[in-house]
Design a protein around this ligand. Structure first.
Ligand SMILES: NC(=O)c1ccc[n+]([C@@H]2O[C@H](COP(=O)([O-])OP(=O)(O)OC[C@H]3O[C@@H](n4cnc5c(N)ncnc54)[C@H](O)[C@@H]3O)[C@@H](O)[C@H]2O)c1
Ligand SMILES: O=C(O)[C@H](O)[C@H](O)COP(=O)(O)O
Length: 376
């Protein structure tokens, strides 16, 4: 068995090594000649998997270690009987950590309490659902928009414009789709952006969900929302003018915790074993290293939100990623190269759940638990 593997998938040797010969390649450079004699292909979001790539190959198994599948022509794979698997939810906790860490930073900088804000969540699936749960347990008022769920009769959802009007902070967590009743391409366009003036807009879904040109026009008119963007239209190229305007701009790394990326590999390994009709022998639990900080012990003098912020930023501070991106863009005009290099050399980051926190009082304890930390 021969597997072509994106070199940015962690633990592939440990998971797949006994079952196949592995050929590692940069994901954006995988070509038809590379996959011609392969049995399987393991990718991330930067490899377009379609007829052009696979028509002359004998690949029978394609796996993406990502939640998003907008880089995969699933319909074509289906017609060819090629087994396709994605990794639903693999890095959802990582994205939620990213959002919570960002919002706690924003609250400090802009002088508000996160708990007092109304948060709109657009797209209430694995990521949006977990985000909404954490924030509402923390005490925020959370407004939900998800028409594909609402139309099935599920309760608790509002119309998109209602959410944009009523929320102080809007977080986008839909997939990018361009067909069908609920297509999300440019879901947030001129009319929606007009409702967001003076508010905060965080996008950690896909760049194309926001009409970037409309956003840039709004920036010129000084009516744009404050932006926290992890995803951009046209990646890997980045619009430097837009990035300069962001409060936080990160190179599509919201899901890049070690746990999030590795769970993707583990999910593909389990699907590959099933495809081969063998029992999985390796688990992620035995591969993950011990977290670098064992225990955070908080003092009672630390206020509840400050306690949460300290715990969050001990695990992850989004400003580090944003600063690295801004700095690299200042010294390098080729934004695609900067974007790719930062993602390829991403430092190890652990999820909130990996940190044990000793709270000083019950208020701290319940807020920390709500936001995803493990209480000691
Ligand atoms: N920035 C990152 O690093 C990162 C990491 C993981 C996922 N993502 C992106 O986030 C997306 C969401 O991830 P997920 O795991 O929650 O996916 P999911 O499939 O579990 O949830 C997506 C939700 O969006 C809803 N939705 C679809 N169309 C909509 C519309 N028009 N308006 C409102 N809601 C709509 C769906 O009904 C669903 O509930 C992924 O598709 C991926 O593109 C980004
Ligand atoms: O869809 C996903 O799972 C995420 O966007 C994922 O983190 C993207 O990472 P990439 O495949 O681009 O490295």
């Amino acid at each position: 068995m021969r597997l072509i593997v994106d070199e940015n998938l962690p633990f592939t040797e440990a998971f797949f090594g006994k079952t196949a010969e592995l050929v590692f390649l940069p994901g954006s450079e995988i070509k038809p000649a590379d996959v011609k004699d392969a049995d399987g292909l393991l990718v991330r979001s930067v490899t377009q998997v379609n007829e052009q790539l696979l028509q002359a190959s004998k690949v029978k198994f394609v796996g993406t270690a990502t939640i998003g599948v907008d880089h995969i022509d699933e319909a074509w794979l289906n017609t060819k009987g090629i087994k396709f698997v994605s990794s639903p939810g693999c890095n959802a906790n990582s994205v939620v950590d990213y959002v919570v860490a960002s919002l706690l930073w924003l609250a400090l900088e802009d002088g508000f309490k996160l708990k007092d804000k109304v948060i709109g969540v657009v797209g209430v699936g694995q990521v949006g659902g977990r985000l909404a749960a954490r924030l509402s347990q923390y005490g925020c008022k959370v407004l939900l928009n998800d028409p594909p769920r609402a139309i099935k009769g599920e309760k608790g959802f509002l119309d998109l414009h209602d959410v944009l009007q009523k929320a102080d902070i809007v977080c986008l967590h839909t997939p990018l789709t361009s067909k069908g009743e609920f297509a999300t391409k440019h879901l947030v366009g001129v009319d929606e952006l007009a409702l967001l003036e003076g508010k905060y807009l965080l996008n950690a879904g896909r760049g194309g969900v926001v009409d970037q040109q409309a956003l840039k026009n709004q920036i010129k008119k000084k009516t744009a929302p404050w932006l926290l963007l992890d995803v951009f239209e046209g990646e890997p190229s980045l619009d430097q003018e837009l990035i300069t305007h962001c409060l936080l701009a990160t190179p599509h790394i919201a899901g890049y915790s070690l746990e999030g990326k590795s769970r993707g590999t583990e999910m593909l390994y389990q699907a590959w074993c099933m495809h081969l009709g063998i029992e999985p022998e390796v688990t992620l639990a035995e591969l993950l290293p011990v977290p670098p900080v064992d225990l955070l012990s908080l003092d009672t003098a630390c206020g509840v939100e400050e306690a949460c912020r300290r715990a969050a930023h001990l695990c992850y501070h989004p400003l580090n990623d944003s600063w690295r991106l801004l700095k690299a863009l200042k010294t390098n005009a080729a934004s695609a190269g900067v974007y790719q290099a930062l993602r390829k050399n991403y430092p190890i980051r652990r999820e909130f759940s990996s940190l044990k926190v000793k709270a000083a009082n019950p208020e701290q304890a319940s807020a920390l638990k709500a936001l995803g930390f493990t209480l000691s």
